[in-house]
Design a protein around this ligand. Structure first.
Ligand code: NAG
Ligand code: NAG
Ligand code: NAG
Ligand code: NAG
Ligand code: NAG
Ligand code: NAG
Length: 832
């Protein structure tokens, strides 16, 4: 069942009779949105101002002359409400539609966080796109589609841009270009290997997902007769050592036989390729494999470009081609198609990516023949294009009606999907009945709905995509941890028994649970009402699935059934660090233990900041988000508020301000800018909390002492931090260690992010503080205690031991709620 794959060989190149070159598109409409005059690009094309094509309103123009940005991306047109571009065409038939998005910096609108949808002639292209959701941190996005205009409709594109509520839509440039005849197949195609025809009707829309130049460089629009972009393949190779790039020095030697032309692909694509790693070895036994992340539950047109630029004679290059582990061509002898060397050839297949998969695998490798002198395989270029689905959508099951985009009921979907969902439903029903019989549940089990709708998670034209579907427990895990059935979780937590509540956070309650395999877990159950929470839930799954580290709390599984948002984590027996510092009666930690814990947490944060391909900012570092296991190993928890950190093109990440009062970076507060250094600040607060064993904010204290950061800095600046440290460790901390620790915390708490150290520096300094402590502990036996902090007068001790526990008496939940309430009042200008 895992191989829900339809492979259809859909065309023979000899059907096409293209002339060699000189295609000049009838429609070639290029718009520089928001521009006031014609803009000429270095690829020779001129983009006109777009104003004449708008109805009913013309939106707002923003511009920015930021250096290093394409001229086309200096202006954008912004729409606060649904607006249409009407673009009249001279010709019916297929057209390329390219949309350029770049969040132009401007005073008023934050385009990085804007959320919007685009529909063209009733076909949803994408739903709720947002730059912030891009996993690869691209600074600009080019989306390319192929949309057909039919005889019956009017000859125009109506491009409808709809902002999400309280957001804006925007666009920087629009290209509409006629597609040459024969560029795409347009008939019912005999299928291989399943044997059912795949109907490629012209009203199917296509979206270019990947366009790759194997073994070659990036090709920009000026290298391509139809202004396409081809990207290199290196990052898609599963085992780069299996491949070796080859090229011919002069691309003009490439021959275009009848049926192939530069409109199919430029000669630079055919002039480079990947071949097998050791082409000279007789009988190589491996495949070259490329993996592409794609959205599940769609059919994809897979176009393979071949050209034998390595053989010295004909019939020397014979190999197999596989798509999604299924044989597409076996054996394939290029010469049998081209009858000459260095001649271009391409072939199309349709691959269906089932709801249980999110990648498309393309492989070339040795044939099953043994009588060949040498073994080699080649691939020169590859295009992967998504076909619109049964509801004419290119993004999940959305359709348009009078009120905009709606989720379809998804009635008439791919037959296989229905069959599959029936099987799964039957299975689930069976399980449910079995469970009911077994446990004699008094209540009827709720009917399990298996949702097949992909969530709208967007990524640009040609890059990776994280798609999180809704899976029943029988589905494979997609590397996102185990998917758990709601019933399993209910069992594990004794139907969410209140006595098992470990704590309550902004996201929802956390329960202790025991899975049926005996594993003890922490079950975090989101509040389904909050939309905000839903976003964070998905963020958290996306983040956690990519992160594995000894000092990060790991995700075991999750459940998204029945509108529930549940995350299952490893259980941390020691609970939050805060519990070990004050207010709970747990025996106090030694200074060494505290240092070890801070070092562990710093390692976790350092990994977040530097370990993943994109920097990740935790955004809510505090002592309740640092958890301890039974051996007091510290692990950083709660990435629900995290966002990807800045990339090279952005100086900061813009999001709604979140975090906990008392830990919040003052710079973030003033300038609404978020960097890794905001986490460093919060960690500085944690260090002071660990040292003084008191809450970050304690409103019951005298004014100057309320905020630990201010109070501790007051003493640190005077060089007398020892006056406020936790009496439990005062006698054992060495002055050197304390000095190092104090300096480190002080640097973390610097007013400006640039002055603060990185987590790596913090880590190094804490390790040094531990060494200083250990060094003097070892030599203490034969020395006087002068190295230790001298006893200090009673009056100061009284402050720490004073009646400040008001906040500790309330549970974490309540104090968090108090904090966030105070916080939202501070942050919301209308809040008080
Ligand atoms: C950008 O425009 C502003 C005024 O809009 C001008 O003061 C500034 O010099 C310009 N910068 C560049 C690099 O052109
Ligand atoms: C945009 O075009 C669609 C489809 O033609 C139409 O239904 C809608 O009313 C138009 N909206 C505006 C604001 O003109
Ligand atoms: C081809 O391979 C060489 C060596 O492996 C590498 O340095 C070069 O960047 C590759 N060229 C392309 C275009 O990928
Ligand atoms: C292809 O086969 C490999 C190895 O057997 C497996 O890991 C992978 O999941 C398969 N991919 C698909 C799409 O079936
Ligand atoms: C190449 O991949 C196909 C499909 O995944 C697999 O069946 C075949 O065994 C592989 N060949 C080699 C030599 O590994
Ligand atoms: C976008 O908004 C966020 C807060 O929502 C803010 O931090 C950020 O500075 C803004 N970005 C720009 C480019 O104005």
């Amino acid at each position: 069942m895992s191989d829900l794959l339809v492979l259809v060989c859909i065309l023979s190149v000899f059907l096409f009779q293209c002339v060699l070159s000189s295609f000049s598109p009838v429609d070639n409409l290029l718009f520089n949105c928001g521009g006031t005059k014609t803009l000429k690009l270095d690829d020779g094309r001129s983009f006109e101002p777009d104003l004449g094509h708008l109805s009913p309103n013309s939106g707002i123009v923003v511009s920015d002359n930021e250096t290093g940005v394409l001229d086309l991306y200096r202006t954008a047109r912004i729409f606060k409400e649904t607006s249409n571009y009407s673009i009249s065409l001279k010709q019916i038939g297929r057209h390329w539609l390219r949309l350029h998005f770049y969040p132009v910096k401007n005073e008023e609108y934050n385009l990085t966080s804007s959320v919007f949808s685009v529909v063209v002639n009733g076909i949803p292209l994408f739903h709720e796109f947002c730059f912030e959701k891009l996993v690869n941190g691209q600074s600009s996005v080019l989306k390319e589609y192929v949309i057909s205009v039919s005889y019956s409709g009017s000859k125009q594109f109506i491009l409808m841009l709809s902002p999400a509520s309280n957001s804006v839509a925007f666009v920087n440039a629009i290209e509409v270009i006629s597609v040459p005849q024969g560029q795409f197949p347009s008939a019912a195609i005999p299928t291989v290997p399943l044997g059912t025809d795949f109907e490629v009707s012209t009203n199917k829309a296509l979206e270019t997902v990947y366009r790759i130049n194997m073994g070659g460089p990036l090709l920009t629009p000026k290298n391509d007769a139809l202004w396409r972009t081809w990207e290199p393949d290196q990052k898609f190779l599963i085992n780069p050592a299996a491949a070796r790039n080859v090229s011919v020095g002069d691309p003009s030697v490439i021959k275009y036989p009848p049926g192939v032309s530069v409109e199919i692909a430029p000669n630079q694509v055919y002039a480079t390729a990947q071949v097998m790693g050791n082409a000279d070895v007789v009988q190589q036994k491996f495949n070259i494999s490329w993996a592409f992340e794609v959205e599940h539950s769609f059919n994809y047109l897979v176009r393979l470009h071949f050209c034998d630029i390595v053989s010295k004679s004909l019939n020397n290059l014979v190999f197999n081609v596989y798509i999604n582990n299924q044989t597409a061509m076996s054996p394939f002898d290029i010469s049998s198609k081209t009858n000459e060397l260095a001649a271009a050839y391409f072939v199309d297949f349709v691959a269906s990516v089932s709801s249980t998969s999110d990648r498309l695998l393309v492989q070339v490798g040795p044939p099953d023949m043994t009588n060949l002198p040498t073994t080699n395989a080649i691939l020169n270029g590859l295009e992967i294009m998504k076909f619109s689905n049964s509801v004419s959508s290119l993004d999940g099951f959305y359709h348009t009606d009078d009120n905009g985009l709606k989720r379809s009921k998804n009635k008439k979907t791919v037959v296989l999907t229905i069959v599959c969902s029936l099987v799964v439903s039957a299975l689930l029903l069976g399980i449910a009945i079995a469970l009911q019989l077994y446990f004699r549940h008094p209540k009827k089990p709720k009917h399990k709905q298996v949702s097949w709708l992909p969530l709208p998670t967007h990524v640009g034209n040609s890059d990776t995509k994280v798609s999180i579907g809704s899976y029943a427990s029988t589905s494979p895990s997609h590397g996102l941890g185990r998917t758990l059935a709601f019933s399993e979780i209910r069992e594990a937590t004794k139907n969410f028994d209140e006595s098992l509540v470990l704590g309550v956070g902004g996201f929802g309650k956390v329960y202790r649970g025991v899975l049926d395999n005996g594993v003890v877990v922490a079950v975090k159950r989101g509040n389904p009402q909050s939309q905000q929470g839903l976003v964070e839930f998905r963020t958290e799954i996306e983040m956690l699935s990519k992160l594995r580290h000894r000092h990060l709390v790991s995700l075991i599984g999750y459940c998204e059934e029945l509108n529930e948002m549940i995350l299952v984590y490893e259980y941390m027996a020691g609970g939050p660090l805060r519990k070990h510092l004050y207010g709970s009666g747990v025996p106090p930690l030694t200074w060494e233990q505290r240092l070890e814990i801070c070092i562990g947490a710093a390692k976790g944060l350092h990994y977040l900041h530097t370990g993943a391909s994109e920097s990740i900012i935790h955004r809510d570092v505090k002592t309740t988000n640092i958890l301890l296991d039974e051996n007091l190993t510290a692990k950083v928890a709660d990435f629900g508020l995290s966002k990807f950190g800045p990339t090279l093109d952005q100086t900061h990440v813009s999001t709604a301000v979140k975090g906990s009062f008392g830990y919040l970076d003052p710079e973030y507060f003033r300038r609404q800018q978020l960097t890794e250094k905001s986490d460093v600040y919060s960690f500085g607060v944690v260090l002071m909390e660990v040292l003084c064993a008191r809450p970050a904010i304690n409103p019951s204290l005298p004014r100057e002492q309320v905020n630990i950061a201010e109070w501790a800095m007051h003493w640190q600046k005077r060089g007398h931090l020892e006056h406020i440290i936790d009496p439990h460790v005062r006698g054992s901390v060495t002055l050197d260690s304390l000095r190092k620790f104090g300096e480190t915390a002080e640097k973390c708490l610097a007013d400006y992010g640039v002055e603060r150290p990185t987590m790596g520096d913090v880590l190094w300094n804490l390790e040094y503080a531990l060494q200083l402590q250990e060094a003097s502990t070892q030599s203490v036996a034969d020395e006087s205690s002068t190295n230790y902090i001298p006893d200090i007068p009673d009056c100061i001790t009284r402050i720490e031991n004073g009646n400040y526990n008001a906040e500790d008496i309330v549970s974490d939940h309540e104090s968090d709620a108090v904090r966030s309430e105070v916080f939202s009042q501070l942050m919301d200008p209308g809040g008080r």
